[in-house]
Ligand binder design. Sequence first.
Ligand SMILES: Nc1ncnc2c1ncn2[C@@H]1O[C@H](COP(=O)(O)OP(=O)(O)O)[C@@H](O)[C@H]1O
Ligand SMILES: [Mg+2]
Length: 358
Amino acid sequence: MTIPTPGEGAGSTTATTAAGGPLRRMCWIFPDRESTRTGAMWQHYFWDLYAEVAQELGMSWTRHSPDAVTVDGTVRGKPLVYVDDELVDPQDTLFITALYSLPYQSMDIFNQYALYAVLEQAGFYLPFPPLMSLIGNDKLATILHLDGSPVPPIPSIRIGSGRDVGKHLYEVALANMTYPAIVKPAGWCGGGGINLARSSEDIRGLASLAQGGDTTLVIQPYLGDGTVDYRVYVIDGKPYAVLKRTPEAGSPVANASRGGTMEFAEIPDELAAATAYFAEKMPIPFFCIDFLFDGERYWFSELEPDGVIAPDFDDPNRSLQRDITRARFTAYRDAHAQWLANTPGTAALTLTPGTETR
Ligand SMILES: Nc1ncnc2c1ncn2[C@@H]1O[C@H](COP(=O)(O)OP(=O)(O)O)[C@@H](O)[C@H]1O
Ligand SMILES: [Mg+2]
């Protein structure tokens, strides 16, 4: 299988763009916590391109912290939802509700989840349902939910790091662990906090360090030096493209944040075949499944609901990044139209503020 050329992929946008749909606005609930440096980096890396592609499709793509949303629920049956001070309507607006929970974002977690529930109850289409967000956020929840994967999940143990971490009670679960082991946060991303442990004694040290941030940990056997990470972008249930990430020599972590290199690659047959299982378990328009290849076999590693669509910087037009993004947004628009058609009452919603009060 090869990666699609723009407009010819499994989720090809050519046909669906013409048909369109009522979706006009995609709002991502995302904590407003980046540093100046990191914020500028992501802007260039993907935020600007996402917004551009949305605009080409006649839509907008914007980011909002949870506190940007205000809800007037005084009129029974007609909640009025504002993003900043603008009234938004389930007819033409969806919200991306994929949780981010890096350490500097942790103060937003409860507000994000609380808002997800409110938006769902207010009748908005959420292409990544809140329960899926919980499952995708925690590496062990992911593996348990997708335990039937034809590509075996990496054997994993999840331990807390609370006040009794020094009692080592979690060691009851370490009997099957082999070393070296990978020790990593259960709910971060981007390669942050990934460590190698040579023994349960190293785990004691890492767990006590994790206590500093109330960080839950996942422990897995280390699949070995040179392990490659394959991200499959699944769009409309089909494998659309693959991002291959290779660690720098001497590093166990393939993410760019730790010096790894990225390239779009052909979709390995085994991973393409496995997609059907994931699509059936998660009938949503877009998600990413990450696999690790240890040199001999593949392992199912992670679910990333909104896995970053990486830039192909060697192409000045970044055609692949653009194409995958376009396919993702088109899939959202189609799914939103389908959802409207299947959801009784949504067509009848009229949003006129202040016409009736309780
Ligand atoms: N069990 C493992 N064996 C070998 N490498 C691993 C293992 N777990 C993680 N890694 C390496 O660390 C990277 C990041 O780990 P991952 O579980 O994907 O966390 P994140 O959510 O931060 O991306 C992986 O892409 C891989 O390179
Ligand atoms: Mg990863």
